[in-house]
Design a protein around this ligand. Structure first.
Ligand SMILES: [Zn+2]
Length: 478
């Protein structure tokens, strides 16, 4: 402003004319975005990975800050996830508003399948290699807003994220350079390598992510901040849902949410901010594990070398928790494919086998995509699917083992999304949210359009399903 005031009228006219020419030649949407009034509005999306909806009011857990946000904002009885109810597909659903049918991501990374077995699994390809979907980060960036993502999945290489500390095996290597230097200067990171980062335990890593988010709130508050906390999920996997450790992990998450809330408050922006406090899926205890690759091995459909590595075969399963996919080698016969289908369909641990022509019924992506297999299957809640196999002697009955005996996860997710056990946490708090309200089952794909509305962004991926808790507020205002 001072700059303009110090200039002569003639100079101002030239300057104004240039602005007019710029607006005239900009695309209509870009011009609209220039006039957005959202620059003093903020959205913070926090996920507590694996926090089950029904733990919100579980009296044996002390989570006062989370309950304060629920009580003073809007909480729902649960948020339905997409299939598969896994971490990366659901984090991508939160920021894209799309089920896997639209965004195409089905695992926490990508299978690289070229028609022959064994295939490779890559846990850290760049976002552009995982999904064609537009996300809120691109939409906000295009509108001239500032964005940040801390430990958010499927964000590696995204130029639309100003401050990015991605969920990746190499998080420091893929971090925005400015942020890396800042976190090092602030002693939030004591080392500028991913090797150093992974020396921290699970609780310490969550702490680093929270302090990184706090640093951004204090120094360069993004209009859109996404933060993903992982300790609750990991602890439940390791110790089961109702263990002492899992309760402690949820209580630690509550203190981390309090740190974010306090940072927004001390910077005077809490009233301008909408907080979505979510999880990506629920969690179910899994005392048993079903081993589909062992089943394929014993039916001579999959072969292992002496070191226990898959050598060749006509069928191979990949799974996480309650969700699995079978990939067939290009040499597999129709009879072999039918055999695999029938074995899965008749297995006592399998809840549902879905053939490729029915994937759309479960909003799974087309098997024509190279990373998608030909059969999807979901196990019954309580039994996780595990891809271990090649055991030389029979160590099981019906290819089912006790999770504890093999150091397999004692709780898991991935089960069909119509099981209440997979329902995720949903709390919305702050700007534009009715205080003290509740909603029924919410839908994870409705978060992105609601955030678009709150930040005055164009709706992305043709999803305009703004959540009714915000629509209620609109109708009251009108
Ligand atoms: Zn998760």
């Amino acid at each position: 402003m001072n700059y303009l005031l110090s200039k002569s009228c003639a100079q101002i006219s030239v300057f104004s004319a240039l602005i007019l020419i710029f607006i005239f030649f900009s695309s209509p949407s870009a011009a609209n975005n220039q006039t957005t009034s959202s620059t003093d509005s903020f959205v913070v999306i926090i996920t507590i990975d694996g926090f089950s909806a029904d733990d919100l009011w579980n009296e044996s857990i002390s989570i006062p800050t989370i309950r304060k946000l629920a009580g003073e904002g809007n909480w729902s009885s649960g948020m339905q996830t997409i299939n598969p109810s896994l971490t990366w597909p659901n984090h991508l659903a939160i920021v894209s508003g799309l089920p896997a049918l639209g965004h195409q991501l089905i695992f926490n990374g990508k299978i690289e399948f070229e028609g022959s077995i064994p295939f490779n699994f890559s846990a850290h390809p760049e976002k552009d290699r995982l999904t064609p979907a537009t996300t809120l980060f691109e939409a906000a960036h295009n509108a001239g807003l500032r964005t940040a993502a801390i430990n958010w999945p499927a964000t590696v290489g995204m130029e639309s994220i100003h401050d990015n500390f991605p969920d990746s095996p190499d998080p420091v290597g893929h971090m925005s350079e400015d942020l890396l230097w800042d976190l090092f200067d602030e002693d939030i990171l004591d080392d500028m390598t991913s090797f150093g980062f992974w020396r921290n335990n699970r609780e310490q890593r969550d702490e680093i992510w929270v302090r990184a988010a706090e640093f951004l709130i204090d120094n360069r508050m993004p209009h859109l901040l996404a933060l993903h906390l992982l300790n609750v999920d990991h602890t439940q996997h390791r110790t089961g849902r109702s263990s002492e450790d899992s309760r402690a992990a949820m209580e630690l998450a509550d203190r981390h949410i309090e740190m974010i809330y306090d940072a927004l408050s001390r910077n005077g922006i809490i009233d301008d901010t909408t907080i979505f406090l979510l999880s990506d899926h629920g969690m179910k205890d899994t005392p048993n594990a079903f081993l589909p690759n062992q089943m394929l091995f014993e039916n001579n459909l999959l072969h292992y070398d002496r070191d226990g590595n898959i050598e060749s075969g006509v069928a191979q399963a990949h799974s996480v928790g309650g969700f699995g996919m079978v990939y067939f080698d290009h040499r597999a016969t129709k009879e072999e494919k039918e055999l695999v289908y029938n074995m899965l369909r008749d297995h006592p641990s399998v809840e549902r086998v879905v053939q490729q022509e029915n994937f759309a019924d479960y909003k799974l992506p087309s098997s024509e995509l190279s990373h998608v297999g030909e059969l999807a299957f979901f196990s019954k809640p309580g039994t996780a699917i595990n891809i271990a196999g090649g055991f030389s002697s029979e160590v099981h009955s019906n290819f089912i083992v006790q999770s504890r005996d093999h150091d397999f996860p004692l709780a898991h997710h991935g089960f069909l999304n119509d099981c209440n056990c997979m329902n995720a946490l949903f709390i919305a708090y702050g700007r534009e949210i009715d205080s003290g309200s509740t909603s029924g089952l919410t839908d994870i794909t409705h978060v992105a359009p609601s955030v678009s509305y709150l930040l005055d962004l164009p709706f992305i991926n043709n999803n305009e399903s703004v959540m009714f808790l915000i629509l209620d507020k609109l109708s009251h205002d009108n």
